[in-house]
Write a protein that binds this ligand. Structure first.
Ligand SMILES: Cc1cc2nc3c(=O)[nH]c(=O)nc-3n(C[C@H](O)[C@H](O)[C@H](O)COP(=O)(O)OP(=O)(O)OC[C@H]3O[C@@H](n4cnc5c(N)ncnc54)[C@H](O)[C@@H]3O)c2cc1C
Ligand code: FES
Length: 335
């Protein structure tokens, strides 16, 4: 279920790629956070416009790995001029970035992509994150506080080390300025919180508190499961997708996902510029992660047959002016 008030952007808000800046950012702090490294970067121009759900594309510093690696912006402090990212050493590029220390520099393009849209004030919201996918959720929770609706945070990981300890501790502090009202933790091995997955907790949390909005960030399989549970409970989802990226700025079409537009037609949209946040009910889950001759199962998305030849949609005017469009309403964003 999706309400008309839930475009990918607020009216008039530009897509992230239009406000992104290129920076050679000094690393102010590099701190271990469970299995991850949290980097605090000096990046005033990016911090001034960054919003939860957007990401930063970071250079590896190795000329043999030219493509930038994408990280959700975990926090931005416009006053301090800082951006934070949380890095999991998944492969060679992220391992290099995770080894950075205070005083090093990290070339960054940020903020990129479209952020979460804050649901209407007064309505309950559940934030869901898996592993490093929880990175932006404390920041998002803070943006939702004071809107007169309860905010629950459901976080999960394989084990305690892969929970984002910093965010869980901050969120659970109970202090008046804590970013959320309630925190629910699950680990698959039971080393922290309930044994199980975030989806095991999400259904009961939605049933107990009646929230109508679920905002989630994590691996695609988790997002799909979250969307299914939320939909069954009558809640709308906004999902910060994590699709493989190459350029990160809308040029190469590596990151495309099948998304249903307002006209009912499916188009392959770029997660890096049209997303990464999409309304869950617009994603063609039947084609995402489906096996194809080009890709193994679980990786990327195939082009649904009915998406072939879909006309590029003209961006619809948005009440309030500006050129913002809802997710799936257009394939024709600026490149
Ligand atoms: C929007 C977004 C937000 C992300 N947020 C975070 C985060 O907060 N913290 C974090 O640790 N990781 C995050 N990731 C995943 C991270 O970008 C990948 O783990 C990383 O690119 C892998 O690079 P590598 O060199 O270590 O691995 P390799 O497998 O060697 O990468 C090879 C190439 O594939 C691309 N690639 C491989 N896996 C991914 C992936 N999962 N997503 C995108 N591109 C991929 C890389 O960009 C690179 O060009 C995010 C990805 C996206 C798309
Ligand atoms: S990563 Fe190149 S278009 Fe999205």
């Amino acid at each position: 279920m999706r309400t008309p008030e839930e475009p990918a952007l607020r009216a008039g808000e530009p897509a992230g790629v239009r406000t992104a800046v290129v920076l050679d950012a000094p690393v102010l702090r590099a701190e271990p956070d469970g299995a991850y490294t949290r980097l605090v970067l000096r990046a005033p121009a990016a911090a001034a416009s960054a919003r939860p759900g957007q990401f930063a594309a970071c250079s590896t510093g190795d000329s043999g790995m030219l493509l930038r690696r994408s990280f959700s912006i975990a926090a931005a402090d416009a006053g301090a001029g800082t951006l934070e990212v949380v890095v999991a050493a998944a492969g060679a590029g992220t391992a290099r970035i995770a080894r950075l220390r205070a005083g090093d520099r990290l070339p960054v393009v940020a903020p990129l992509g479209r952020p979460f849209v804050l649901p209407p004030a007064g309505e309950g919201v559940v934030l869901v994150g898996g592993g490093y996918g929880s990175a932006p959720l404390a920041w998002l929770g803070r943006a939702l506080r004071g809107r007169d609706g309860a905010v629950d945070l459901v976080v999960g990981a394989g084990d305690e080390r892969r929970l984002l300890a910093h965010d869980v501790a901050t969120a659970a502090s109970g202090a008046p300025d804590a970013p959320v009202d309630r925190v629910h933790v699950a680990t698959e091995d039971g080393s922290a919180g309930a044994r199980g997955r975030v989806t095991d907790l999400l259904g009961p949390v939605l049933a107990a508190h009646g929230a109508r909005h679920v905002l989630a960030c994590g691996p695609m399989a988790m997002l799909r499961a979250v969307h299914d549970v939320a939909t069954a409970a009558g809640a709308a989802t906004q999902l910060a997708t994590e699709e493989s990226m190459a350029c990160g700025v809308g040029v190469c079409m590596t990151c495309v996902l099948p998304v249903v537009g307002d006209d009912g037609r499916t188009r392959m949209l770029r997660a890096c510029t049209d997303g990464p946040v999409f309304a869950g009910d617009r994603l063609r889950w039947d084609a995402i992660g489906a096996p194809s001759p080009q890709r193994p199962a679980g990786v990327g998305a195939r082009v649904p047959v009915d998406a072939v030849g879909a006309p590029a949609a003209t961006p619809a005017p948005v009440p309030g002016g500006g050129d913002a469009v809802p997710p799936g309403a257009t394939a024709g964003q600026e490149r």
